[in-house]
Design a protein around this ligand. Structure first.
Ligand code: NAI
Ligand code: MG
Length: 345
């Protein structure tokens, strides 16, 4: 990790679209109060960047991340159907961020589920997200048939499963569950399952392993989520199951994510730009705050991460201050100011 002469850690900051600027501002304020080491290089991306330069992923943003190898990113809007390709997906590809780590942990007791503590490790570059898609016209309908091919490689599968097991070992996790659909997509997710079982043998005696078909896993996550510890799965299944896991701990306002590669890492919330509540000042900043916590740990500042999470816990459970998505009345800034008081006190 790069350091400036006064010990700061240069990091790229992308405010994001929709609720992005509101929650990112909150995180910057809280990190300042915490005494965080990051020296921000503010860059643009998404709709905000299109407005400024016509490009949703400007060269200057890429250059900044190439230099800092570390970024915090607000959510970016992606048009549905036509329009430009997801900037989030392009960033993952550009910096080869093959692992997407998405922890879900109960922070507020008394919800639908108690004591959830699981981690989803999602393959971030392959599968159906390569978006090899095309249409075949029939008669006068240009979109009569839609075709998509997924790509999973043995190399990519090995890399992500090793990441999951290494994470489990490092963090004292007991079990890794391999999630697949190899009964139907025998080649595409079969190669993932085969490779994962092979990799698991190298961790025998250290980390337990089992596997589940994705649909059964989704049901089990509702019936008995406590049986899961670390889940490792392919790109699309990981996307879906991580939103589901967020639902177990209070929703998308509570779910951080890290996109990790060998040479760079980008931290973000699992949620999107939430256009339905954008500009109202009511978004829950916790997901991005927790993502900043993961970023602190990644940069070697575990103690700061712990202080940040203790602060959030205090505001939720002692201060009883919560945003609307959690049934509370606090605005983004009311929550932020309470947290600032706590972490700087
Ligand atoms: P979304 O995650 O933005 O919103 C889903 C629902 O959750 C909405 O009702 C929203 O109000 C609520 N929500 C999300 N985050 C919240 C928060 N922090 N506090 C309170 N409520 C929150 O998903 P949606 O609507 O499907 O996508 C909107 C846009 O975001 C799309 O353009 C999508 O492509 C993009 N997106 C970007 C992501 C990223 O930048 N990594 C990830 C997911 C979606
Ligand atoms: Mg998603």
């Amino acid at each position: 990790m790069e350091r400036t002469s006064d010990g700061q850690v240069p990091a790229t900051l992308i405010m994001g679209d929709g609720i992005g600027p509101e929650v990112t501002e909150s995180v910057v304020q809280v990190l300042d109060a915490l005494g965080s080491p990051f020296a921000w290089d503010v860059q643009h991306g998404g709709l905000a960047a299109i407005d400024r330069s016509g490009d949703p992923l400007p060269g200057a943003t890429l250059e900044s991340i190439r230099r800092t190898r570390l970024a915090l990113k607000g959510p970016l809007t992606t048009p549905v159907g036509g329009g430009f390709r997801s900037v989030n997906v392009r960033l993952r590809e550009e910096f080869h961020l093959y692992a997407n780590l998405r922890p879900a942990r109960t922070m507020i007791p008394g919800g639908r589920y108690e004591d959830i503590d699981l981690v989803i490790v999602r393959e971030n570059l392959e599968g159906l997200y390569v978006a090899f898609e095309h249409y075949i016209p029939v008669g006068d309908d240009p979109h009569a048939v839609a075709i998509s091919s997924g790509v999973n490689t043995r190399e990519g599968s090995r890399r992500i499963v090793e990441f999951a097991f290494d994470y489990a070992v490092r963090n004292g996790r007991k079990k890794v569950t391999i999630v697949h659909k190899a009964n139907v997509l025998k080649a595409l997710t079969g190669v993932f399952l085969d490779t994962a079982r092979e990799v698991a043998k190298n961790y025998e005696g250290r980390v337990a392993v089992d596997d589940r078909i994705v649909d059964a896993c989704a049901m089990q996550l509702v019936l008995n989520p406590w049986q899961f510890d670390v889940i490792v799965t392919t790109n699309l299944f990981g996307d879906i199951l991580s939103d589901q896991a967020a639902g177990l701990v209070g929703g998308l306002g509570m779910a951080p994510g890290a996109n990790v590669g060998l040479h760079a890492a980008i931290f973000e919330a699992v949620h999107g730009s939430a256009p339905d509540i954008a500009g109202k000042g009511i978004a829950n900043p916790t997901s991005l705050l927790m993502a900043a916590g993961l970023m602190l740990e990644h940069a070697g500042f575990m103690e700061l991460r712990q202080r940040l999470e203790k602060g959030i816990d205090h505001v939720f459970n002692t201060g009883k201050l919560r945003t609307g998505d959690l049934g509370g009345k606090a605005s983004t800034q009311e929550f932020t100011q309470a947290l600032i008081q706590r972490v700087s006190g």
